[in-house]
Design a protein around this ligand. Sequence first.
Ligand SMILES: NC(=O)c1ccc[n+]([C@@H]2O[C@H](COP(=O)([O-])OP(=O)(O)OC[C@H]3O[C@@H](n4cnc5c(N)ncnc54)[C@H](O)[C@@H]3O)[C@@H](O)[C@H]2O)c1
Length: 401
Amino acid sequence: MQIGQVAVVGAGTMGSSIAVAMVGGGLKVLLKETEQAFLDKGLANVDRFLAGKVKKGILTEAEAAEQRALITPVLDYERFSEVDFVVEAAPESLAIKQKIFEDLDQWCHVEAILATNTSSLSISQIANFTRRADKVVGMHFFNPAHIMKLVEVIPGLETSHDTVKTALELAEHLGKLGVRVEECASFLVNRLLGRYMNESLFALQDHGAGAVEAIDKVVQDYVMPIGPLALRDMNGADIGLAVANFNYLEYGERFAVPQVLPAMVANNMLGVKTQAGFYSYDDSRKKQGVNPALEGILAQLPDSGGAAGSGVGKIEAESMFLPMINEAFLVMQERICQPEDLDPALMAGLGMRQGPLAIAAQIGLKECLERLEARFAAGQERFRPAPLLKRFVFAGRASVI
Ligand SMILES: NC(=O)c1ccc[n+]([C@@H]2O[C@H](COP(=O)([O-])OP(=O)(O)OC[C@H]3O[C@@H](n4cnc5c(N)ncnc54)[C@H](O)[C@@H]3O)[C@@H](O)[C@H]2O)c1
């Protein structure tokens, strides 16, 4: 399908950066909000993102102005009959998205594709709010969308092959890596990220507040652009807890929520936004060192400060990635994505220098399995080895790809 004009619904954090990604691909964009004040705020973000590209030498002033002129701000759906592709980036509420998809279905021409940027809601359920479920698809951009390379393209139960193909082509046109991901809670990248983020907190519970910097440093030195605890502080412990609870509800015990997370939320240690998280932050959001209050929080947890937690003997990066590696095998077993897409998706989505399958091959699949089995035998459900990993080991395979 040829895409002429597109629309973005919602000009918040994601909508404004998705609009910038779209105009970067030369596409005309209708950017819709509910109120002029929100539109103004979104357009200020757009201007800031484009100015950032000029500053980095990616665009000239003239090119930035040309791209800015491609965006038409709107407060209603009057002109939506002109667009071929919509990305909805409104708040993560099913009720809000229901109303938007019902409206889009009425206003957009019958061939138009309606994509949602939801992080956690069901694509199939959102599609069911329209009479064109075959043309509804998940298009999950990463924050900030005009910079991050990955777009997960998620079909619902009724989504047609052509719709998926068009969404993948659009991602490619925007210079992104589009990866088809089957519908599952948290999709591919955030599902694997969740296992790793939880594991860093179990390691913290085992080793105590003195280990904060060491935990961040070992994984940063290994494959990550930022340590997990610094990342949690950036995104906020409240958001982290909501995501962790959601994954636990969907997947059960292997996504058990580390107790330090609700304890931090209860104590308003949300990270950068409250200037207190694993680290302390000054008024200009600059990191000041480990938060002295963390020790007290950890001391109050029933099973902190001893070997009773994760069983991680010493702080080493490979252990921190074992649950992510195991989840990668579960994901492949469920055919959530093509195995060859898995590492590139994680690298593009999280900035990892090496994906979990490459890490697994480096550790050795047999060694991974033995480490998982040892921890599982010690009574830790989250280390129950994925059956597919066992099959690779039984088959004598050294790597997946
Ligand atoms: N923030 C992230 O890091 C991130 C990453 C990936 C996906 N997402 C998903 O993207 C979506 C948007 O998230 P966000 O962080 O940009 O939210 P946000 O709250 O920053 O922005 C949402 C915007 O939508 C507007 N809006 C509400 N109803 C509307 C309507 N009927 N028409 C037009 N605009 C409307 C709001 O005024 C607000 O400006 C959510 O589904 C979220 O789960 C967020």
